[in-house]
Design a protein around this ligand. Structure first.
Ligand SMILES: *Cc1c(COP(=O)(O)O)cnc(C)c1O
Length: 396
């Protein structure tokens, strides 16, 4: 059956079943590096592209293909390209479409390593990037140059959770002949579908919500058009950052429950955000589902849910952050996000401890900033855990 006319919840379960010959309900794991040709002519035809089939796992594998088909269906793209990590996906997509002398506009609130990839790595090849507050459309428009080739947007942004208007930025990209790429990791296609809003390419870290179980590192690129797909496939085959069959299998398994999990992540995060906003040891809470969020209306219009990630600032700065980290039990002290378990992170004493206080503040990372990735546990247990920790915090 075709899954094209199924609703999203059903597509999560049925999309990308592939072509199994034995009738397996779940696409099997083709744990093989290479595939036998029937004879010399078959091998020649596969290489010449005259027949469809598999040659070598870096170039394609049925287990990976099932995942690529499933995610393309969920995002509404031509076909996906499974990558070894989210960073491999972002790197491959940028390297496919950029040449020396090109200019990129990127959200300033992006996943940290993307700042280094664009600002450091790609600048060595004569590719320049302007990092702008992409929630401010005039800042995006003002950053456009005659050689702007790509606009890379992450929304909600990392870790500030600012929301950018995808349809409006897609207009700016089109008017200026630039490709628009969106990192949709924070919301997944269940809550936000950038290709429908005019983007050309979606990328994901599969490591987060799509796999959802904190046991895989992976990524995917999903272009809208067949032409972009072929360019990306050629680049990925050469760069070699492909996902392996076992990880592809695990992510595909995770996607079956994606709609259920996202609904629960959203419900839980909303409840925790509202609880934190009322707490007297909390200076402010940033969650797009709170009316106090500056882009609450945009988030409601552009998404069908505000996701599972919350940032908040503790009164009491660095010490308050350390105290909270040391006194929660259910919430795991770990980076990453999007798994079934609640994770808590204190950038000033963990991920960004190596940065000077000055630089941190300029990046919007206050000493008391805490990031939560809300899991699917019972919300009362998550709140009770935070309540116990907050009770010990000395609010300055
Ligand atoms: C984690 C993450 C990435 C990078 O993904 P990896 O799988 O760790 O390489 C990229 N973008 C966002 C928004 C992320 O959260």
């Amino acid at each position: 059956m075709t899954h094209k006319n199924l609703l999203m919840d059903s597509r999560c379960v049925h999309a990308g079943v592939g072509d199994d010959v034995h009738g397996a309900v779940v696409p099997p794991i083709y744990q093989t590096s290479t595939f036998k040709f029937k004879d010399a002519q078959h091998g020649a035809d596969l290489f010449a592209g005259k027949q469809k089939g598999y040659i070598y796992t870096r170039l394609g594998n049925p287990t990976v293909a099932a995942l690529e088909e499933a995610l393309a269906s969920l995002e509404g793209g031509f076909l996906g390209l499974g990558c070894a990590s989210g960073m491999a996906a972002i790197h491959t997509a940028l390297a496919t479409f950029l040449d020396t002398g090109d200019h990129v506009i990127s959200s300033e609130s992006v996943y940290g390593p993307v700042t280094s990839l664009l600002g450091g790595f790609f600048s060595r090849f004569g590719i320049q990037t302007s990092f702008v507050d992409s929630s401010d459309l005039s800042a995006v428009r003002d950053a456009v140059r005659p050689n702007t080739r790509m606009i890379h947007i992450e929304t909600p942004g990392n870790p500030t959770l600012v929301v950018s208007d995808l349809a409006a930025i897609a207009e700016i990209a089109k008017e200026n002949g630039a490709k628009m790429m969106v990192d949709n990791t924070f919301l997944s296609p269940i809550l936000q579908r950038p290709l429908e809003l005019g983007a050309d390419i979606v990328v994901h870290s599969l490591t987060k919500f799509l796999n959802g179980h904190a046991d895989v590192v992976g990524g995917i690129i999903i272009p809208k058009t067949e032409e972009d797909y072929h360019r990306l496939r050629q680049a990925l085959n050469l760069a070699g950052g492909t996902i392996d069959p076992f990880n592809a299998f695990l992510v595909h398994r995770g996607i079956k429950t994606l709609a259920l999990r996202m609904a629960r992540h959203c419900e839980n995060a909303q409840e925790v955000a509202e609880y934190l906003e009322k707490h007297d040891k909390v200076a402010w809470v940033r969650y797009p589902g709170l009316p106090s969020h500056p882009h609450y209306e945009l988030s409601k219009r552009q998404t069908s849910g505000h996701g599972g990630v919350i940032s908040f600032e503790l009164k009491g700065g660095l010490e308050a952050g350390r105290t909270l980290m040391g006194s929660v039990h259910l919430a795991q002290l770990a980076v990453s996000l999007g798994g079934v378990e609640t994770l808590i992170q204190h950038p000033a004493s963990m991920t960004h401890a190596g940065m000077s206080r000055d630089l941190r503040e300029r990046a919007g990372i206050a000493d008391g900033l805490v990031r939560l990735s809300i899991g699917i546990e019972a919300p009362t247990d998550i709140i009770e855990d935070l309540e116990g920790g907050l009770a010990l915090v000395v609010a300055a």
